[in-house]
Ligand binder design. Structure first.
Ligand code: KIV
Length: 273
């Protein structure tokens, strides 16, 4: 169990996240894609679990988030929901499930809510997807926005470099954030933008801003669990702090197991029936 001071029993809701911002209490968020991991991080007291489309990278081994399907996201979300009691569970709408038109977007969001029992969806983009966000919100489905670096648009941007360094893009990001708040989003993820800009946006908004590579001036932080636990070792951006080296621990344990099997040291009589 972690030593954090968060109330570890009360269910986290979208409303509670807004109250946390009002109190100045930072919000912790991590990704999870399966039952066992969700159970561990929920038990440790994480506030929000994101069933991210980063599952495409860390679970399926794809280079981008684009290939993951709505069915696959629902499969991951269902597993996470079974392992979660306290955290708010948010599910990414995958690429291609909401950009076409707002009816399709609503149908995708409804499938996620109905089939996985998750509590909110996350969508990448600002003014371009306004109609879809509004339609989903009007059905009573909470939406978390996602601005800055939006990995589903990697083929448009061409790189995963820091976004919104130029005034024009920074101004659009501020406008988009205000618009997402105005239409009813309960929170926004800000990915890989300058810390000063992220702080400015957090000060302008009453809904929480959760940063990843957006510095300390926002209302909470999110990381991909496989990156921060050192399971995924091939990714080391400046913003990533590694809290464990699970790849080495797993490698050593598996090596030890192989040795024991090969030598006959496992199993013993006590480990047999
Ligand atoms: O899919 C994901 O993991 C995300 C986070 C990086 C915010 O969107």
């Amino acid at each position: 169990m972690s030593t954090n001071t968060t109330d570890n029993t009360r269910k986290v809701t979208t409303r509670r996240l807004i109250e946390m911002k009002q109190r100045g209490e930072k919000i912790s968020m991590l990704t999870a894609y399966d039952y066992s991991s969700a159970k561990i991080i929920d038990g440790a007291g994480i506030d929000v679990i994101l069933v991210g489309d980063s599952a495409s990278n860390v679970m399926a081994g794809n280079v981008t988030t684009l290939p993951i399907t709505l069915d696959q996201m629902i499969y991951h979300a269902k597993s996470v929901m079974k392992g979660t009691k306290r955290a708010l569970v948010v599910v990414d709408l995958p690429f291609g499930s909401y950009q076409g038109n707002s009816k399709e977007a609503l149908a995708s969001a409804i499938r996620i809510m109905k089939e996985s029992h998750a509590e909110a969806v996350k969508m990448e983009g600002g003014s371009e997807i306004r109609e879809s966000v509004e339609r989903i919100l009007s059905a009573g489905i909470p939406v978390m926005g996602h601005l800055g670096l939006t990995p589903q648009s990697i083929n448009k941007f061409g790189t995963y470099n820091v976004r919104a360094r130029q005034k024009e893009e920074a101004d659009k990001l501020i406008e988009d954030a205000l618009m997402l708040q105005e239409i009813g989003c309960f929170a926004i993820v800000l990915e890989k933008i300058p810390a000063d800009l992220a702080r400015q946006v957090a000060e302008k908004l009453t809904i929480p801003l959760i940063g990843i590579g957006a510095g300390p001036g926002v209302d909470g932080q999110v990381l991909v669990m496989h990156d921060m636990l050192g399971i995924n070792q091939g990714f080391s951006p400046r913003f990533l702090r590694r809290y464990a080296d699970l790849a080495s621990i797993m490698n050593d344990a598996v090596g030890h197991y192989i040795d024991d099997v090969k030598s006959g040291a496992f199993p013993t009589i006590e480990e047999s029936y």
